[in-house]
Design a protein. Structure first.
Lengths: 208, 262
């Protein structure tokens, strides 16, 4: 009885830890891969199409997509909505900077969730073959372009700030100093990744 | 040193001064809260407790209506018991060490609503003691025979343990934590820090596994969302976020270790 109860109790611990882990591995890693593939657009349409072709030629692409991207991202997103729902929000009363980041982490998570669904629907599941021209067409629309910018910034913030939180959840950064330095480092990561993402979007739109 | 003339002058200047208080009141555990304003005569060096005592002595609100005196709890009056913790100007803190001269007026006082309110500023903090029981925040030394002295503690560890031992279960961290709410059963930052304190004690270590098990159980450490309000409001400056991260490390090792040993 007690053992069964203990196993039952540890289950939430397990799901929570799996949630923080999945945000970094593999979802975070995929985000990095995706951003850098897109950044090849800065080198022109041909460079991007070549990078897409390289990915398309991977063996068992559908299996890789499903196991390493679709499943973890769905788990992280859906469980994340639950986490955001059971969190309390009191930044109006306690406006300490970390508490504001706590709220932003949840807000950007929800924005990213909606963004990814829309993004997949208009690209991966649109029925069109992935190419520079396809993306160029999409981002020529002003509203679409603006939504992409918001989505890229939200996703890169959520990932970077999530790294900071991940390091605490797993007991990597323990001391105050370590956590403060990690906060700076992760914000630099955010700025760099957001810049890469936005620059790629501009490259797609400009079609240089 | 002030002269007699200066002291008299100061007393005259103070005599007309009032302290303006806005207090969130509640008559019974189930009734609706309401705000009530009070004005009490100022005295140099007075704290919030002195203001509340003044209301108790002369229970009349700002409008001049006689009302039931405001209820609150207090004990040590030197910030070591935690009984008089309330939210003063949006910060959970002890009323005894909240000096009127250092507070912006009007002084807004609320009970810590994260706990069930009994009446006015009195809250029921039993959940904190339940949390301490759950994580076994003690060192079992009772036996049928003398066990002799326990192992010694290094002075380095004593320093850390002393800091952690200053927790007086006041509830400020529980009040400020966004993840202590009615949707979770989070035990609160203080309990995690206490688990760390007793896990680092050479004799307390013998029950380390039980404490970690409790932290991995319902309402445990995984409910923490790293908002870090706890460390900002702790009146004793206890490194609560360091304690949480340190315990995160212990449960991570335990979880992976337990799985690999099976």
């Amino acid at each position: 009885m007690a053992v069964a109860q203990a196993a039952q109790h540890n289950r939430e611990f397990f799901w929570r830890r799996l949630h923080t882990l999945s945000g970094v591995i593999p979802v975070g890693l995929f985000l990095l891969e995706h951003l850098f593939t897109n950044a090849t657009a800065l080198g022109g349409a041909a460079a991007f199409n070549e990078a897409v072709q390289a990915i398309q030629s991977l063996p068992l692409l559908h299996v890789i997509e499903f196991v390493f991207i679709f499943l973890p991202i769905t788990y992280h997103g859906v469980f994340g909505l639950y986490v955001a729902f059971v969190s309390g929000y009191n930044a109006n009363r306690y406006s300490f900077s970390r508490n504001v980041m706590f709220v932003l982490q949840r807000v950007t998570g929800i924005i990213t969730f909606v963004f990814i669904i829309f993004h997949l629907w208009t690209t991966r599941f649109s029925g069109n073959a992935p190419s520079f021209d396809m993306v160029h067409e999409l981002v020529t629309d002003n509203a679409y372009f603006a939504f992409m910018i918001v989505g890229v910034i939200a996703a890169t913030f959520h990932f970077s700030n999530g790294l900071w939180s991940f390091a605490i959840h797993w007991g990597i950064t323990v001391g105050r100093r370590a956590q403060r330095i990690t906060a700076w480092v992760t914000m630099i990561i955010f700025v760099v990744l957001a810049a890469v993402g936005v620059a790629s979007l501009i490259a797609f739109r400009m079609n240089v | 040193m002030s002269t007699t003339a200066e002291a008299v002058q100061q007393a005259q200047a103070d005599s007309g001064r009032k302290v303006h208080l806005i207090i969130e009141r509640q008559d019974t555990p189930d009734s609706e809260p309401y705000w009530e304003e009070f004005e009490v005569p100022y005295r140099p060096g007075m704290n919030v407790i002195a203001c509340l005592m003044e209301i108790q002595r002369n229970p009349v609100n700002k409008k001049g209506e006689p009302v039931a005196p405001v209820t609150w709890e207090m004990n040590c009056l030197e910030e070591v018991c935690g009984a008089c913790t309330m939210v003063i100007n949006n910060k959970p803190r002890q009323a005894c060490s909240a000096l009127v001269d250092k507070l912006q007026q009007p002084i807004r006082i609320r009970p810590m609503r994260t706990f069930p309110v009994v009446r006015d500023l009195v809250v029921d903090r039993s959940r904190m003691f339940e949390a301490l029981k759950r994580i076994k925040a003690w060192i079992p030394i009772d036996g049928t025979h003398d066990l002799g002295p326990g192992p010694r503690m290094s002075s380095e560890e004593q320093q850390i343990a002393y800091e952690l031992s200053r927790c007086f279960t006041c509830g400020a961290c529980v009040e400020a934590c966004p993840n202590v709410n009615d949707k979770t059963s989070f035990i609160g930052p203080f309990a995690i820090s206490q688990a760390r304190l007793f896990n680092m004690h050479p004799t307390g270590k013998m029950n380390k596994e039980e404490r970690l098990q409790a932290l991995m159980g319902e309402g445990g450490i995984f409910e923490c969302g790293n908002a870090q309000n706890c460390v900002e409001v702790c009146p004793k400056g206890i490194p609560l976020t360091t304690s949480i991260a340190a315990m995160n490390r212990q449960v991570t090792y335990r979880a992976i270790g337990a799985w690999l040993r099976k």
